[in-house]
Design a protein. Sequence first.
Length: 256
Amino acid sequence: MTVPSVLKLSLRIRQTIIRASQPSFIPDCIMRIILVRHGEPKVDQQRWIGHKGFMAFMDAYRDAGLTPESAPPDHLAELTRGMTRVFTSELPRSIDSARALLPDAEFISDEVFTEAPLAPPRIPGLRLKVPGWAVVSRVAWHGGYSPRIENFRQARRRAQKALHILLDAAAEDGAAVLVGHGYFNAILGRMLRLKRFARTGSHRAEFWNTVIYDRPTAAASVTRAGRRSAGRPGQNDDAAPLHSLRVFLGFRRQSA
């Protein structure tokens, strides 16, 4: 057997092993990334607070783990059944949620997946509920208010690094799941749409919110292009439809 034949055989064996380890719900021709927001943290929700109160709340929220009553929904458990590793941030609410969802999987915790930070602006006399302060703080953050915290450009650069990790994992396993944070997941989602991933679901300020991103693999794309060429002689197969991108600018009542 020649060296090229041995290499081809080795590649086929590796691909067979990878396909066999993939969750049963993912077709071989699809690369999938699942973005999940964490479950409900165990933290007291104060009703009406000023900016100092919101800062204290954010400190408690950062350190809070998952409340025992917040279990992954059945549809999410079924969606991720059979996955062997799960990505999380370094925060307890993310790690606890991943353990509740995939207790037997390998946990890969990395600060690169942490939430985009919030800093409430000093507005004397203003008292809001926590979601209201989250909206005010996020709008101010987009406007450039980032005292001693990561700014929007820095968060986007971090999201690029996080995205490469998820793409590499999905390319190897067929799918990757991140149990992360609402707003940072939305940033990742926008980047995935720019890479021509199809989205199922939408990013919402809900615990266990799940959004699925799928893209055909290179082999599937080649096969589909060949079918188009056979059906429509002379058509330019390199031409691709333009995909509209909805820019997510709001922060609809979402906590950090």
